[in-house]
Write a protein that binds this ligand. Structure first.
Ligand code: ACO
Length: 377
């Protein structure tokens, strides 16, 4: 028995589920556009706060609007004391993505006024974006025995995130590298985590529930978790002369090479192009091109053997590692950027709401006779 057309689009591949103003991916040309602006221009000239404004409001801010938003985001960073206690009570061995997912969900208990679905959710969007670095910093600092967070109103989102994780002020270059990475990760159309957020929002559930869904979805290694796995692969490879052997062995075992391939891009992911250059720049500045050289060689072998191009996750891990960010915080740093896109999409969903509810093609039996429990074998 079927209740729909026989065409099944596995993984919803090539299905256009909704209209959106926020983000356009040209998978054939390798272009990424946020609200009309090419990611290459934003990465060269913008900053995370401005990019977040663009995603939320659909236009670039004036200097006054930018300054107001930046000031507001600083004010919204503070964790409620009850959340500090909650985070401090979490096991120090917990995975930071689990901590983040739990903390986002629990934050709703303390801020019910921010969680109401609707256009006013812009307040919640800004609150969540501002507070994610504080959640990560609070957890990481406790487990690492670092001093508690200070408010640091002088620091931008990227600078504060680095300060929160490293307990030091970043250099200008470090702050710019992270700012660019945050711009590049801020949105990506209907990727799995954003879709999860929109599905949740489409039931008229609240923003915090939607972002909780998104964090759980980003965690998977086929999505945001790939950057951490790239670094595991580099550790396994060790030296450039072992790239060929290790990559070919993985491919012969039909293992996926993390940081390669993409559902939408059929050419190189433009974010990978930009991050590759920043990986080289930060490597040169630190006199350590080890990761960069390994990754260039991995790219060469994977492209030759499988015809695959790198995605954003190939270089992000090496950039974060050179910044001194621990590997289990790579995906949470991704989340600290993508939260701007998730919340922009949730706001868009509330404005043009339609319950997202696809169908499955049933391939099981029908009309089985019910056998009472005592008679089953
Ligand atoms: N390594 C090896 N083979 C791959 C890879 C890879 N990274 N990516 C795709 N392939 C192969 C598949 O094995 C499959 O081969 P087959 O036809 O011989 O079976 C073919 O390419 C098509 O793969 P699909 O899984 O159908 O392609 P899909 O569009 O679903 O995959 C995905 C996209 C999940 C990102 C995939 O490329 C992948 O697993 N990449 C590695 C994980 C990764 O880097 N994720 C980050 C993505 S970017 C982001 O989320 C921020």
């Amino acid at each position: 028995m079927t209740n729909s057309s026989d065409e099944v689009q596995r993984g919803l591949q090539d299905v256009i589920a909704l209209e959106s103003h926020i983000c356009f991916i040209d998978g054939k040309e390798g272009r990424l556009i946020y609200d009309g602006y090419d990611i290459r221009d934003l990465a060269a000239q913008s900053n995370f706060e401005e990019t977040a404004y663009l995603l939320w409001y659909g236009r670039l801010p004036t200097s006054d609007q930018w300054a107001t938003l930046r000031h507001h985001l600083v004010e919204l960073r503070a964790l409620p004391s009850a959340m500090v206690e909650r985070i401090d009570s979490m096991p120090a061995t917990a995975t930071p993505m689990d901590v983040l997912r739990t903390a986002v969900s629990e934050l709703a208990l303390f801020e019910p006024e921010e969680t109401r679905p609707g256009p006013s959710s812009i307040g919640g969007a800004q609150r969540l974006t501002a507070i994610l670095p504080s959640i990560l910093g609070q957890f990481h600092r406790r487990r690492a025995g670092l001093p508690p967070l200070a408010a640091r109103p002088d620091l931008s989102h990227a600078e504060y995130l680095l300060y929160a994780l490293l307990n030091r002020d970043p250099s200008e270059l470090e702050a710019r590298v992270l700012d660019v990475a945050l711009i590049l990760h801020a949105d990506h159309e209907l990727n799995a985590s954003t879709f999860a957020a929109r599905v949740t929002a489409s039931t008229l559930s609240d923003l915090y529930s939607a972002v909780t869904s998104a964090v759980g979805t980003l965690k998977g290694p086929l999505h945001g978790g790939a950057n951490e796995r790239v670094m595991e692969m580099l550790e396994e490879i060790g030296t450039p002369d072992r790239v060929e052997e290790v990559v070919k062995a993985k491919l012969s075992r039909h293992e996926r090479i993390m940081g390669f391939g993409h559902r939408v891009y059929k050419v190189e992911d433009p974010r990978a192009t930009i991050l590759r250059e920043w990986s080289r720049r930060i490597g040169e500045a630190q006199g350590d091109l080890h990761y960069y050289e390994l990754l260039r060689k991995v790219e060469e072998v994977v492209h030759r053997e499988k015809g695959l191009y790198p995605n954003v996750d190939l270089y992000s891990g090496s950039v974060y590692a050179l910044l001194g960010i621990p590997p289990d915080l790579f995906t949470p740093v991704f989340a600290a950027s993508r939260v701007a896109g998730w919340t922009a999409h949730v706001l868009e969903e509330y404005q043009d709401l339609r319950l997202i509810r696809p169908m499955a093609k049933y391939i099981g039996p029908t009309d089985l006779p019910y056998v009472s429990i005592g008679s089953r074998v």
